[in-house]
Design a protein around this ligand. Structure first.
Ligand code: HAM
Length: 425
């Protein structure tokens, strides 16, 4: 057992896994470009206030899961690692006066997030999100555009069975009356509620709607439904979002219990699931509208909407489905030599080939040719460039390790020949 291990809930992503991650990041970036989202990077930590005000002080993410950083001095600001991307992006929108840019400002970020959660499959303390945010557009068309963008990402990542669940959770005009109704409903059943759900009833009754507790699952069948209590403006907005999705041919499932775990949401809320895997920890991604967040973080009233897709869960889903994912690319050639000590020559020839843009490695160990060739084969290289006596006439032996054939080639012809082979010619 090694003395040190990666902290619980985190893991090392080893070289063999990285190409699949890189392919997802490339896909996210190319879709972001196609849909007009511009890249932003925000710090991995922010003032705690940004998250408390943004995400909401009485949420699991802040109460239980925030990684708070130990201040070095008494008067230092309180900081925390970011549990999600939206609050930091909106903080940046306000800080940099982006309300004076053409609206909406479309931003995207791909990076690690941190939540002190109980680790289990698909739930980590450091995980990766692809986040997009469109700030400065009240919708409803942009809502549909964003929902479709998420589905397109899953489809192109090879997950054909991803569905979107959607709901409207109203706004400050209509939600308080609904929450009162809901509280009255649960209070009538308070005796049946497990203690931790009773606590949540006092703090945030909406959260009981998506509880997985069997008692609540039974009660929730009769709970008042938020979409029956929306004000006219929210009801019309939701109907319009759905009409836009229909116009795009995007199937969507209206889910009365979908309320999301962050306080900043208004109106549209949505989550992505694989068909038949709707358990609480299984959401592949989620998002929604946050029309009050810019103002909460000190800006002018500005509507916004976005999503974050959990990349760890996409990778897990790809593995479960046995999808063919990107793998590491071996070098096209390894430069080896008859003289075990001729490392300077091998290094020089490989460096020249790399300068031509080729993916080539040199064997830099002082060992016999046979051992060098074995290592090149094990690595999966297509060719071995063998340096021997012919080098004085400007030639090398080129061995095709896959076809087990060998021929003499002028060293000047090597780059063009290997380039052709790299392209599969
Ligand atoms: P969220 O639903 O908290 O939303 O997270 C989005 C996704 O991140 C989840 O659906 C899940 O795939 C992934 N995720 C969350 N926690 C973990 C974890 N502990 N381990 C692995 N994956 C995880 C947000 O974060 C919002 N900021 C989304 C948003 C953007 N809303 C508007 N704009």
């Amino acid at each position: 057992m090694p003395a040190y291990r990666a902290p619980r809930g985190t893991r090392d992503l080893l070289p063999a896994e990285r190409p699949a991650w890189r392919a997802l990041a490339d896909l996210a970036r190319s879709l972001a470009d196609a849909y007009g989202y511009r890249e932003i990077e925000t710090p991995l930590f922010e003032q705690v206030d940004v998250f408390e005000r943004g995400v909401g002080a009485v949420t699991d993410i802040i109460e239980k899961e925030l990684f708070r950083l130990q201040p070095r001095t008494d008067d230092a600001e309180a900081w925390a690692l970011r549990p999600e991307g939206t609050a930091g992006i909106v903080r940046a929108y306000v800080q940099h006066g982006m309300q004076t840019w053409p609206q909406p400002v479309r931003l995207t970020l791909l990076g690690p997030m941190f939540r002190y959660d109980r680790p289990q499959a698909g739930r980590y303390r450091q995980f990766w999100q692809w986040d997009v945010e469109a700030i400065g557009d009240a919708g409803p068309a942009v809502d549909a555009e964003i929902v479709e963008l998420g589905l397109r990402f899953y489809r192109e990542a090879g997950l054909e069975d991803v569905e979107v669940h959607i709901n409207s959770i109203g706004d400050p005009a209509c939600r308080p009356a609904y929450v009162e109704r809901l509280t009255a409903f649960y209070t009538r059943h308070a005796d049946e509620l497990p203690p931790h759900e009773r606590e949540r009833l006092a703090a945030n009754p909406l959260r009981l709607l998506d509880s997985k507790d069997p008692v609540l699952a039974r009660l929730n069948v009769d709970a008042p439904v938020i979409t029956d209590h929306l004000c006219d403006a929210c009801a019309e907005h939701f109907a319009d979002v759905r009409a836009h999705l229909d116009a795009l041919g995007v199937e969507h499932r209206q889910e009365a219990g979908l309320v999301r775990g962050l306080d900043y949401y208004t109106r549209t809320a949505f989550e992505y699931y694989r068909r038949g895997r709707e358990g609480q920890q299984q959401a592949l991604g989620g998002g929604g509208r946050y029309d009050g967040l810019v103002e909460l973080l000190g800006g002018r009233h500005t509507p916004g909407i976005g999503f974050a897709l959990g990349l760890d869960r996409v990778i897990l889903a790809q593995q479960e489905t046995d999808l063919e994912v990107a793998v590491e690319r071996p070098p096209i050639a390894v430069v080896v030599g008859a003289d075990p000590a001729g490392t300077a020559e091998r290094l020089r020839v490989a460096t020249d080939l790399r300068a031509e843009g080729l993916h080539v490695r040199a064997d830099l160990a002082v060992r016999k040719l046979g051992r060098q060739l074995e290592a090149a084969s094990r690595e999966g290289a297509h060719f071995a460039v063998i340096l021997g006596d012919e080098l004085s006439e400007g030639n090398v032996q080129l061995r095709d390790l896959e076809a087990a054939s060998q021929k003499v080639v002028a060293i000047d012809d090597l780059p063009a020949l290997l380039q052709r082979k790299s392209r599969g010619g």
